[in-house]
Design a protein around this ligand. Structure first.
Ligand code: IMP
Length: 178
């Protein structure tokens, strides 16, 4: 399979993404008024969602970046989470908003929550743009979910297949996996 030759079917449009992001942003703005908040971007997949979402959170926030890799370029989760970039600053005593692109088996999100909690923040609020409830293998605390989707591989808006398609402005389903 050539990564650059996939048959893509548009699935979630730019307008649908932006409408959902506005609504999650409004909820988070209400929740965190007057609190010390750090928004953690989980790299690489959530960088576009993160950058759109933080602009809809109308309170004082600082930004941190945490890199993990779990797929190693394939389409099924390895279950192993490798940290590729650690937070640059302590988060102790702060309210963390953990922003992920997609929860599939839930293994990565579980790992991320544990990793944040070990640093003694005041609280951890999880946000994921997409969730595949049928694929979940471990219970996962998800506070804000953009869209629940079926158990099919999707790309675009930050999500990749073998590193490609992150720059699509919408989410597409991949039609031609063998
Ligand atoms: P989990 O540990 O199985 O929940 O996997 C989460 C990670 O797998 C996400 O952060 C994505 O990087 C990747 N992933 C899961 N499903 C998809 C998909 O449909 N398209 C692209 N990446 C995915």
């Amino acid at each position: 399979m050539n990564a650059k030759n996939l048959d893509l079917k548009p699935y979630i449009t730019e307008a649908q993404l932006q409408e959902k992001i506005k609504s999650i942003g409004a909820d988070l703005t209400k929740k965190f008024q007057g609190k010390k908040v750090v928004a953690v971007c989980v790299l690489k997949g959530s960088f576009l969602f993160y950058s759109d979402l933080i602009r809809e959170i109308n309170t004082d926030i600082t930004c941190e970046f945490f890199g993990v890799s779990s797929y190693h370029g394939g389409t099924t989760s390895s279950g192993e989470v490798k940290v590729t970039l650690d937070l640059a600053n302590p988060i102790e005593g702060q309210h963390v908003i953990l922003i992920e692109d997609i929860v599939d088996t839930g293994l990565t999100m579980n790992y991320l929550i544990k990793s944040m909690e070990s640093r003694k923040p005041a609280s951890v609020t999880t946000v994921t743009l997409l969730e595949k409830p049928e694929a979940l293998k471990v219970p996962c605390k998800l506070d804000h979910v953009g869209f629940k989707i079926t158990n099919e591989f999707v790309v675009g808006y930050g999500l990749d297949y073998q590193g490609y398609y992150r720059n699509l402005p919408y989410i597409a389903q991949v039609q031609n996996f063998q």
